[in-house]
Ligand binder design. Sequence first.
Ligand code: SAH
Ligand code: SF4
Length: 400
Amino acid sequence: MGAEHHSKAFAPAPRADGRINLVGLSREELEATLTAAGLEKFRARQVWHWIYYRGVTDFAAMTTLAKPAREKLAEHFVVDRPVAVKDLQSEDGTRKWLCRFHDGQEVEAVHIPEEDRGTLCVSSQVGCTLTCRFCHTGTQLLVRNLRADEIVSQVMLARDALGEWPSPPEGRMLSNIVMMGMGEPLFNYDNVAKALKIVMDGEGIAISKRRITLSTSGVVPMMKRCGAELGVNLAVSLHAVNDELRSRIVPINRKYPLAELMEAVRTYPGLNNARRVTWEYVMLKGVNDSLADARELVRLIRGIPSKINLIPFNPWPGAPFECSDWSQIQRFSDFVNEAGYASPIRTPRGKDILAACGQLKSESQRPTASQRAAQMEVHKALAAEYAARVAEKEAALSLG
Ligand code: SAH
Ligand code: SF4
């Protein structure tokens, strides 16, 4: 299937005002869309540059284009952004935007600045069709896939807010992307793939595949395609080391049990010691956090280039779990570490703005005992505050 075939079949849906949003179109589609409106073919590359490299939303500002071309563009097209209905900044620098789309649906995007990078956690769906027992997104009733433009535009909205257009090649505030926000990206593969290809395009946003990580709960049949077509880093939400428990807390395991998941990871294209899979493992007190679990984990992943991301469970009201004690998380981490695998404990970031659902900071240094105790206190206090805020939000929702 060549680009030509693709572009012929393609007809983007206009908005209510009859204009077409240019964000989220592939290069071929952009070309086809512009030429269909009577613009020259070469305009596509110029427009691409203005949209994705410079971040311009107003055609009048696209000054390398002749005035009649700019006017024609403005007549037929828009460069759309979601509305940031909330823009919250945490004391630790984490920033969260609540992005509202045209149909009123909302998703979160979270920016986590670190010393050597800045990571944006991007959502792929409104809600999630899966129902992992510890995940708040899984309790949301409304679910729809995001379109490619809605996925790309989370990145663009963040760049707007960070004032990072055009984006420098080095020292970026937004240098990395994790598909770890709301939703299961491999259940919306086509839109996610299209969006990531736009994000990776070297003449635009230009974030390389090495700086993009996609997290899946284990949609086995889509994993190979993701690795082969996109070549992004893989993170897998493991959370349990036997089928009995995993089927209970990550229900997709009933469809794709551990043996199949392990095989899919083992054969994930491009996996090697320099590009390891990240196993995400949420620490649930008395459920999956014993040293026997740690031992089984190490056995399970033997031979697979791996790192393990231990995630302190982030509680929400009605959640049937508690977070493991810090000392137990530490013991678990030490065991896995001694077996030769990096097992950073994810330090909660942005808790004061409820920026907890996505990829949070990985802390590879081992904290001292007193740091751990202090951290635990902060963790407890923030967890209580978080629970209160979620309750507030839910009360507001049920009233509204
Ligand atoms: N659907 C994908 C990506 C989004 S979830 C997936 O499941 O991988 C991103 C990560 O956050 C997953 O590892 C998920 O298991 C984890 N997570 C969800 N709820 C959590 C909670 N309450 N506390 C800690 N981690 C959680
Ligand atoms: Fe969906 Fe991931 Fe939450 Fe599971 S953990 S319900 S797959 S968003």
